[in-house]
Ligand binder design. Sequence first.
Ligand code: MG
Length: 502
Amino acid sequence: MKSGVFEHQEIAELVEAYRPVWALGHALSLMSWDSETYMPRGGVEERALAKAELQVLRRKLLLRDELKKALERAKSVEGLNEYEEGIVRVIEREVRIASSIPEKLLYEFSRLREEATHAWREAKAKDDYSIFKPYMEKIIEYARKIADSLGWEGHPYNALLDLYEEGLRVEDVDRIFDAIIPESKAVLEKVRSSGYFPERHPLEEVEYRRQDMEAVNREVLDVLGYPWDRGRLDVSPHPFTISMGVGDVRITTRYEGRDFRHTLFAVIHEFGHALYELQVDPRLKATPLAGGASLGVHESQSRFWENVVGRSREFTGLISPVLRRHLSFLKGYSDEELYRYFNIVRPGLIRVEADELTYNFHIYLRYRLEKMMVAGEIKAGDLPELWNSMMEELLGVKPKGYRDGVLQDIHWSHGSIGYFPTYTLGNVIAAQIKAKVDSELGGLEKLAGSEEGLARLREFLADRIHRWGSTFPPKELVKRALGEPINPEYFNSYIRSKFLRD
Ligand code: MG
């Protein structure tokens, strides 16, 4: 490959040997996109079967001798450049993970996840935890088996954290929560007593016409600079971003029919994810480096655009003409009112509806429970009661049933344990990026108020973070891009300055 980023023949050969794995991943992404958007319901069963088969095939391709030999040859080369070291690291890590989990365990776990997700849907619909409990018990057991197969030091949860966020450990997560939870509590109390940011707003009740919001979302994406020749906006029950490669990164949103900020901010959030993948150095196309560094860094991009930029007063002013052109019910509301509506602060039971200030409490709760589960300190039967009492302790609200408590998220039924902390990591890194923008580009707020300013932000992110793809592990990337390791104090000063207005 004469791309200029891979100088050594051994690396070019390794990338070639990996290409079929990449191609299968590409096909699986397209199938996932289709499953979540346009596939008729009748296709579910065969699609699940086809995907499971292709995943097994992908694992085989990854573990085949040709690739292992190419990897060994590449590892013995001295003087690799940064991209080349990245290629070796990413492929070696993928091979290590795939080969440490025995095929039988992987297969059983994948079947369990399928069944557990079905059970979870039924349990949630009926608001009956007892339907899901036996599956949750198994999920915990298998999560621990997987941690043991991967190997761990210190705490078994470390092995699972690392799956989603390379190099993340419980000490890191503890340090972050120890820094932000007490401060968030203090800020929350003050915000609630001051009343500047409302707990409720009349616009929450206002219904919109779907075609009006579709037009708004498309025009806001124009303002943000989403390239329509390399992306699409579609509709799905849960908004998501999916990348087929550097040249095709698609997003979705949903339309609930009222409280228009939900569909709007879902679009801005997913735009942040998409921009990351769209701005990867095109020379990394079709290689294992052409994706984000980790889930946490990815979430930092979506949160940066959704919250730091999107919920700022200046950005509100920038998109206000678009909103007013399509939503006639905004007539009686000033831009200041819109800003407050976008920044309602209200402790609630549901994570996905949580505001910037209370969101991390929801993650903290799940993190504490997961850590105990994996260590064998609690069982599936203990979860609902622990959940409810922690919720009351952290946010002063108590679920009425299981649906708005322990059964609200799909993650555990998917077997995803160790995933939640990456959301908080994203919030923390987003605030750290804001501080860097403030000091280097002279005030994020000013940039958020004009299309030229947004273009400068896109360039800044491309230069510091996006173009590298997964060349560097997440901790190293943050340090290189922002000049210091992940530091939760930036999140604290961000919420203080925004919500206490000091
Ligand atoms: Mg996200």
